[in-house]
Design a protein around this ligand. Structure first.
Ligand code: URA
Length: 304
């Protein structure tokens, strides 16, 4: 009898997990999959949390779908485990050609660049910010949105700036865009608590306008200090403002998304902002391609 209840509960949990998982896929614009593909093959993402363990067990070494644009900003190539030397060489050559197309990409110079270990904590940085009045954004804000998440995160997301919901709560990405970001994180088998989430500016620009250059210049040093403390393996820049700011480029997000760039001793990959994805659901498929690269990089299937 107890066994029956146990199995019933296990089935209900499984059904619940599958239902949630199908919703992620729909949300990300995945309408079909090839049922002949084994679990864990690249076109069929694994259920959240099960993926890493499953791949480790199966020892899967697959060719990651890197596009011709998957190179670091130095033109240096990211190798893909299990690829033939010829395929790797082809990608390296293509990568260099692409890098020169966007010659204005930030070379190494990010302000405050210091991949050295730091002797401050996130709390120190928050204390330093205090009740900030350093720029005009303080005039209309309710709360400073410092950022939140795992201080030892491998994965860090950087958005543009707080919106109304974030200003009201003091937490990043809690509105509609934030709910989509949560689902994007879950779609790669992670939970929001495992990652760190911050923004280029920490106070809401009035009317959700883009932050102005003087506001970015005033606020960004705090973000760089947060990155130095967290030292994530990968920073995902959400949208054009974050990407252009962090990479010091004028190139459009459409040309940069899904590519790995060198950034402050770690890697950075730009993708579309979830608010943009809410307005342009047809771009969710592209975002999903980017997210698979994030997942594969963190699982060690793409190495430098
Ligand atoms: N958009 C952002 O860029 N950041 C947030 O925190 C919320 C919405």
């Amino acid at each position: 009898m107890r066994d029956d209840r146990h199995w019933r509960q296990a089935w209900l949990e499984l059904i619940d997990e599958i239902t949630r998982y199908v919703k992620y896929l729909q949300e990300m614009g995945i309408e079909e999959y090839d049922a002949t593909m084994p679990m864990g093959a690249d076109r069929l993402p694994l259920p959240p949390l099960a993926s890493a363990a499953h791949l480790a067990e199966s020892g899967a070494s697959k060719e990651v779908e890197t596009s011709a644009l998957s190179e670091s900003s130095s033109g240096e190539h990211i190798t893909v485990k299990g690829e033939s030397p010829m395929a790797q060489k082809k990608k390296r050559v293509t990568g260099q050609a692409q890098a020169s197309l966007f010659g204005d990409l930030a070379p190494a110079e990010s302000p405050g660049e210091s991949p050295l270990p730091v002797d401050e904590t996130l709390d120190d940085i928050r204390a330093d910010i205090g009740e900030c009045t350093r720029c005009k954004l303080h005039e209309h804000r309710t709360h400073i949105v410092f950022g939140e998440g795992n201080p030892h995160a491998d994965l860090m997301f950087v958005g543009e700036g707080p919106g109304a919901d974030e200003d009201a709560t003091g937490r990043p990405f809690v509105g509609r865009a934030g709910q989509l970001l949560d689902r994007m994180i879950e779609a790669i088998g992670m939970k929001r608590e495992q990652v760190y989430i911050a923004n280029i500016v920490k106070c809401r620009p009035p009317g959700n306008r883009e932050p102005e250059p003087d506001e970015v210049a005033t606020c960004e040093p705090f973000l760089y200090r947060q990155i130095n403390v967290i030292r994530p393996k990968l920073v995902v820049a959400l949208g054009g403002v974050a990407t252009k700011t962090l990479l010091r480029t004028k190139a459009p997000i459409s040309k940069l998304r899904g590519r790995f760039f060198d950034f402050r001793g770690t890697k950075l990959l730009p993708t579309f902002h979830p608010a943009f994805l809410l307005r342009s659901p047809n771009k969710k498929r592209d975002a999903w391609e980017d997210l698979k690269k994030v997942r594969d990089f963190l699982q060690g299937k793409i190495v430098e």
